[in-house]
Design a protein around this ligand. Structure first.
Ligand code: NAP
Length: 218
């Protein structure tokens, strides 16, 4: 039997965290919803249990959630990104970290001083960290429906081994993950989310996402 993997979502009480829970409610995954307020995390977990039933969920403070996990997803708004990473730096250590944060101000993308949210995270946590950028372009509307097809997930980072592990993990949520190069490419992938938001507005959609053609089609 495959070993259970513990996954923490920092900011897991939000849209992305709760949507991901819908794809991770199966044996072999222990999902720990993190929050700045552990009571809020527990309330969200109760709601998830009611709708998803069979998953292994827990609700904790962000610190405790990270401490107990092997894989951590950072899913907080950009304004909380740097302060949160500084707070969690001591706990993140050797763990594999997926950073999904998109720098947005009033729904519009912008370039942070470091060049991207991922490079900013790398500056804070150190280059030796197992940091990987992913999930930026995913639609939470599609994630919430376990049978809905998902867009491709562009994965970037400088640690090849961690990137591979993240791509294997993304298979669990039913997505095709593509290696989109080093961390220096993150600004493009993060910026693409701004384009998807614009497309959703223009075409009155809620789930624009990215599909790459010409790869793996025989
Ligand atoms: N939603 C999407 O469609 C989507 C898709 C891909 C990527 N993303 C990116 O993923 C991240 C999370 O998106 P989201 O829509 O889930 O965000 P969200 O719902 O607005 O926030 C997620 C959680 O972050 C915590 N939080 C809020 N402000 C914070 C702050 N200043 N400092 C620390 N924590 C704070 C809150 O949890 P507590 O109050 O419980 O601490 C909140 O529930 C964002 O960076 C977004 O750009 C979003």
């Amino acid at each position: 039997m495959e070993k259970e993997i513990a996954i923490a979502i920092v900011g897991g009480t939000g849209n992305l965290g709760q949507a991901l829970a819908h794809r991770l409610a199966f044996p072999g995954v222990k999902l720990i919803i993190g929050s700045r307020d552990h009571e809020k995390a527990k309330t969200v977990v109760e709601t998830l249990r009611k709708s998803l039933g069979n998953g292994s969920f827990d609700g904790k403070s962000n610190q405790e959630a990270v401490r107990e996990a092997e894989l951590v997803v950072i899913a907080v708004p950009y304004e909380g990104h740097a302060p949160m990473l500084m707070e969690l730096k001591g706990e993140l250590g050797e763990k594999i970290i997926i950073d999904a944060v998109v720098p947005l101000k009033k729904g519009k993308p912008f370039t942070p001083p470091a060049g991207s949210a991922l490079l900013e995270a790398q500056e804070i946590l150190g280059r030796e960290t197992h940091l990987v950028g992913a999930l930026h372009n995913i639609s939470v509307v599609d994630l919430q429906q376990p049978d809905a097809p998902l867009g491709d997930i562009l994965v970037c980072g400088d640690n090849e081994q961690s990137k591979q592990k993240v791509m294997e993990f993304l298979l669990k949520i039913g997505a095709r993950a593509l290696d989109a190069g080093p961390a220096s490419n993150a600004y493009i992938i993060e910026g693409l989310t701004g384009v998807l938001i614009q497309l959703n507005r223009k075409y009155k959609s809620k789930h624009a996402s990215v599909k790459i053609t010409g790869i793996g089609e025989g």
